[in-house]
Write a protein that binds this ligand. Structure first.
Ligand code: NI
Length: 393
């Protein structure tokens, strides 16, 4: 079989065989979004959709995660395919007929699509066991959005014997049906700081008798802008965003304290580890210079999502053969967003791949995020092809 022909007809086969099932499942999941680790109903929908397939199934991994294993007929390595199942605390405004039925919860990051695409791949690959030299393991994980369900799943050991792993993310801004990835960092580390600026409160008319925490906080926010511009190598990407600020109870009272919170994004582990000291030192210096102080907390969260060079190259090859060369895009730049698939990639060589849903689609995490469901069977076919490729050599 020539390289060009190896995935001929696969997309059509998946679309005609399982397309309706994949879309129906996506709508069911979309209608009933669940947050964090509480993806019990979503997991039940996944299990129902996998029913009857020749899979060995483990439930209750990372609370409501599902791990399904498909043994091929031949001997060989184990390839992992991963999807996330959780939604976001956003009130949906898409007006879709299958929109969220729960106020304040919405699948606004496409995880309903990821889960359905992976179920579609499980169906397609189950019918191709004779072509598989090795094992495919399907990971349906909860709590991607901030709580690190991927880490809990990896720590549970269910990926210990996996030799390579892939995951897709639906991606607004990328033309429809294009797959994009790169070797090395593709998503940033996302860490967080919180500080309480402490002064001495008093009357708004007698500032000389106080230590003004608001004035300190304002100076600190301004000074923090110099952390990236003055402390980080100019060719090294980094983001420091103060996203929270709060203080005071009345217009004429100088409060005791002010509170700041922010996120720090980096792509380099050394820089990542240096950031807390730089931020704390600067903030404390300013506060102390104004007769105050800070209480500082820093939390290291998701690490950098780093694609294995060979896996990324392989994924681009598969995408090119399946979707056409023009639809396989090697990215120049990573995103400064973060992704807990990073925890899988810390242990297993693999690749995170963006799958374009179009340039005029609302961004991820917005109340109007909606995509053309034609992408779903295409994503299933891509996951299927990645597994076939990994187990055919
Ligand atoms: Ni996401």
């Amino acid at each position: 079989m020539s390289v060009v022909q190896r995935f001929d007809g696969l997309e059509r086969e998946v679309r005609e065989g399982f397309g309706e099932k994949i879309v129906a499942l996506r709508r069911e999941i979309h209608r009933e979004p669940e947050l964090g680790f509480d993806t019990e109903k979503t997991a039940a929908k996944v299990l129902a959709a996998l029913d009857g397939l020749p899979l060995e199934i483990q439930t209750g991994v990372a609370e409501n995660g599902v791990v399904a294993t498909l043994e091929g007929e031949g001997e060989g390595p184990t390839v992992g395919l991963r999807a996330d199942m959780d939604a976001l605390p956003i009130h949906e405004e898409t007006g879709l007929p299958f929109a969220s039925e729960t106020d304040g919860k919405m699948h606004a990051c496409g995880h309903d699509g990821h889960t359905s695409m992976l179920v579609g791949a499980a169906h397609a690959l189950s019918g191709m066991r004779h072509r598989l030299n090795g094992t495919v393991r399907f990971f349906f994980q909860p709590a991607e959005e901030g709580e690190g369900g991927g880490k809990v799943m990896v720590d549970a050991g269910v990926a210990d014997d996996v030799d390579s792993i892939f995951a897709l993310h639906l991606w607004p801004g990328l033309p429809f049906g294009r797959a994009a990835t790169k070797a090395g960092p593709i998503m940033a580390a996302a860490d967080a700081f919180e500080m309480t600026v402490k002064g001495a409160g008093g009357h708004g008319a007698m500032p000389h008798l106080t230590a003004d925490a608001i004035a300190m906080a304002a100076q600190i926010v301004t000074a923090l802008q110099t952390v990236v511009s003055r402390e980080v190598d100019p060719v090294e990407p980094a983001v420091l965003t103060v996203g929270e600020i709060g203080a005071g109870t009345a217009y004429n009272i100088i409060p005791e304290t002010a509170r700041l919170g922010g996120t720090v994004r980096t792509l380099n582990e050394d820089l990542r580890r240096r950031m807390p000291e730089r931020i704390e030192h600067l903030a404390r210096g300013i506060a102390q210079g104004m007769r105050g102080d800070v209480q500082f907390d820093y939390e290291f969260s998701y690490p950098v999502t780093v694609n294995d060079e060979y896996a990324a190259w392989r994924a681009l090859g598969v995408a090119g053969d399946l979707l056409g060369e023009d639809n396989a895009i090697e990215l120049t730049n990573p995103s400064m967003g973060a992704e807990d698939f990073a925890y899988f990639l810390e242990k297993i060589p693999g690749a995170f791949i963006w799958l374009g849903v179009g340039e005029d689609v609302s961004g991820l995490h917005t109340p109007t995020f909606a995509f053309d469901e034609e992408i779903l069977p295409l994503g299933s076919a891509l996951l299927t092809a990645l597994a076939l490729e990994s187990l055919s050599s």
